[in-house]
Ligand binder design. Structure first.
Ligand code: SAH
Ligand code: SF4
Ligand code: F3S
Length: 441
C-alpha cells in the first residue's frame, strides 16, 4: 500500500499546537505519516487562530495558498480546524470553494469519522458543535523521539469573558480534567523520557474549581511534583485575579516547580482593567508580584500587555509604562488591541486610532527590550541549571536548553547531555538568549 502523508500547519497558542498533536495521532491510526512538504501531502490540515484580526488573515491566506495544491492532486483532502474554523463554521465553504473539512475546537475526536465521510461522500463536511465532554483532551500523543519537554492540557475552555477576548466563544465553557487522568498521562510521558511538563489551560488557577472536591491546582501540582522522572513543572496561563496565596507559596516549597510565572497584566491602569473585566486593580497586581518575589526572589515574571484598548487615554497608557518600570518584567508579549466581533469591548466608546496604537506598541516594545537586556546582562557570571533540550540551530558544536527561569542558554557541549540538567556559568546575556560554559565537576 502507498504511504499516505499528512501536512499540518498550526497557528495560535500552545493549546493549538497541542491540538495539532492530537490530530496527528488520530490520522496516524488511519495510516497517515507526518510530512513537512505540503506538495507531497494526501491530507492537509490548517489549525487556525482567531485571537486578533491578523491571525485570521494569515490563516485564510494559507488556506487559499494550500488549496491550489488540489488542482494538481484532486484526491487531496484539505481540512480547516481550530478557533477560526469554530468561528466561521460552514461560512468557510462560502469563502473558499472545495474545502473538504471544517471542524471546531470540540470536534477533534471526530476526525476519523469525518475523514471516512469525506472519502465516501466526496462532499464537504462541517462539524463545529460544542460538546459537554472533554472531547480530545485525553488522547495520548506520544512525544517525538528525543523530546525533553511536553505539554499537557489540564483543562479546556474559559469562563472569564475578558471584554476584548474571543476565546470563551471559541473554546466553550471551562472544564477540568480529572487529576488521576493528568497524573497518568504525565507518568506515561516520564516513562518515555520526558523531563519537563508544561500544564496548559486558559486559566490554570481555577483548575478543579467547578468539579469540586477532586482537588484544586495546588493539589495537582503537588501530585505531579511526586512523579518520578519528571524534573521540571511549568504552567500557563495564570490569571492574576485567581493567583492564590497557596500557589504563590509553591514557588518557595515545590522543588520541581520552575522559578517562572507568566502573569498577563494587560494594562497598568485600574480604570482600563475594570473595562477589560479583568477582576483586579493595578495595585492588587503589584501586591501579588511583591509577594511572589518575597517567596522566591529570583523568580522570573513575564506578561502580556494590550495597548489601545477602547477608552485608553494617554494617562492610562502612561500607567502601563509606569507599571513596567516598577515591575521590570523578564519579557512581555505586547499587542495592539484588535476588535473582535461579539466581544463586550466592541460596544465600548473611545476607539484609539491605529497610528496611536502603533506608536504605543513601539514604545512598550522598546522599553521591554531594554528591561530584558538589563535582566539578561545581570545574569553574567552567575551559574544556571540548564535542562538541555537539543543541539543549537545555529552551531553544531552548541547545545541549547533553558534555565528554570525560562531563558534560553547556548553552550558548547555534546549531544549526550540532551535530557540532563547541567550547571552552566553565564558569560554573556543577549536580548533573546544567554551564552555560557558548562561547569564540569
Ligand atoms: N488565557 C490567557 C491567554 C489568552 S490569549 C490569558 O488570559 O492570559 C493571549 C493574549 O492575547 C492575551 O493575554 C492578550 O494579551 C492578547 N489578546 C487577547 N485578545 C486580544 C485582542 N482582541 N486584541 C489584542 N490582544 C488580545
Ligand atoms: Fe481570554 Fe480572559 Fe479567558 Fe484569557 S482569561 S482566554 S484573556 S477571556
Ligand atoms: Fe488563538 Fe484559539 Fe489559542 S484564538 S490564541 S488558538 S485559544
Amino acid at each position: 500500500m502507498k504511504n499516505k502523508y499528512l501536512y499540518i500547519e498550526t497557528f495560535g497558542c500552545q493549546m493549538n499546537v497541542h491540538d495539532s498533536g492530537q490530530m496527528a495521532v488520530l490520522l496516524r491510526d488511519l495510516g497517515y505519516e507526518p510530512t513537512d512538504d505540503s506538495a507531497k501531502a494526501d491530507c492537509i490540515l490548517i489549525n487556525t487562530c482567531s485571537i486578533r484580526e491578523k491571525a485570521e488573515q494569515k490563516a485564510m491566506s494559507e488556506l487559499g495558498r494550500l488549496m491550489k495544491l488540489k488542482e494538481k492532486n484532486p484526491n487531496l483532502i484539505v481540512g480547516f480546524a481550530g478557533c477560526l474554523a469554530q468561528h466561521l463554521g460552514a461560512r468557510v465553504h462560502g469563502r473558499v470553494k472545495n474545502v473538504d473539512l471544517v471542524f471546531g475546537t470540540h470536534n477533534i475526536h471526530r476526525l476519523p469519522e469525518m475523514m471516512a465521510r469525506v472519502q465516501k461522500e466526496r462532499k464537504p463536511v462541517t462539524e463545529v458543535g460544542f460538546s459537554s465532554s472533554l472531547h480530545s483532551l485525553g488522547i495520548f500523543a506520544p512525544p517525538p523521539k528525543g523530546a525533553v519537554g511536553a505539554f499537557v492540557s489540564i483543562m479546556q475552555g474559559c469562563d472569564n469573558y475578558c471584554a476584548y477576548c474571543v476565546v470563551p466563544f471559541l473554546r466553550g465553557p471551562e472544564m477540568s480534567r480529572e487529576p488521576k487522568d493528568i497524573v497518568g498521562e504525565i507518568e506515561k510521558l516520564a516513562g518515555r523520557g520526558i523531563r519537563e511538563v508544561t500544564l496548559l489551560g486558559q486559566n490554570v488557577n481555577s483548575y478543579g474549581k467547578k468539579t469540586g472536591g477532586r482537588g484544586d491546582f495546588v493539589f495537582l501540582l503537588k501530585k505531579i511534583n511526586d512523579i518520578e522522572g519528571i524534573e521540571r513543572i511549568r504552567f500557563t496561563t495564570s490569571h492574576p485575579r485567581d493567583l492564590s496565596e497557596e500557589l504563590i507559596s509553591c514557588f518557595g516549597s515545590l522543588r520541581k516547580l520552575c522559578r517562572h510565572i507568566h502573569l498577563p497584566v494587560q494594562s497598568g491602569s485600574s480604570r482600563i482593567l475594570k473595562r477589560m473585566n479583568r477582576g483586579y486593580t493595578a495595585e492588587e497586581y503589584l501586591e501579588k508580584v511583591a509577594r511572589l518575589r518575597r517567596v522566591c526572589p529570583e523568580i522570573s515574571i513575564t506578561s502580556d500587555i494590550i495597548v489601545g484598548f477602547p477608552g485608553e487615554t494617554q494617562k492610562d497608557y502612561q500607567e502601563t509604562i509606569d507599571m513596567m518600570e516598577k515591575i521590570r518584567f523578564d519579557s512581555v508579549f505586547s499587542f495592539k488591541y484588535s476588535e473582535r466581533k461579539g466581544t463586550a469591548a466592541q460596544a465600548i466608546e473611545g476607539k484609539v486610532p491605529e497610528t496611536e496604537k502603533k506608536l504605543r506598541l513601539r514604545e512598550v516594545q522598546a522599553l521591554q527590550d531594554r528591561h530584558t537586556q538589563e535582566k539578561n546582562t545581570s545574569l553574567e557570571g552567575s551559574v544556571q541549571e540548564v535542562l538541555v533540550e537539543g543541539q543549537s540551530r545555529n552551531s553544531r558544536q552548541d547545545m541549547t536548553g533553558r534555565t528554570s527561569s525560562w531563558k534560553i542558554v547556548n553552550f558548547e557541549g555534546r549531544s549526550e547531555l540532551i535530557g540532563r540538567t547541567v550547571p552552566v556559568r553565564i558569560s554573556r546575556g543577549y536580548l533573546h538568549s544567554l551564552r555560557g560554559k558548562q561547569i564540569t565537576p
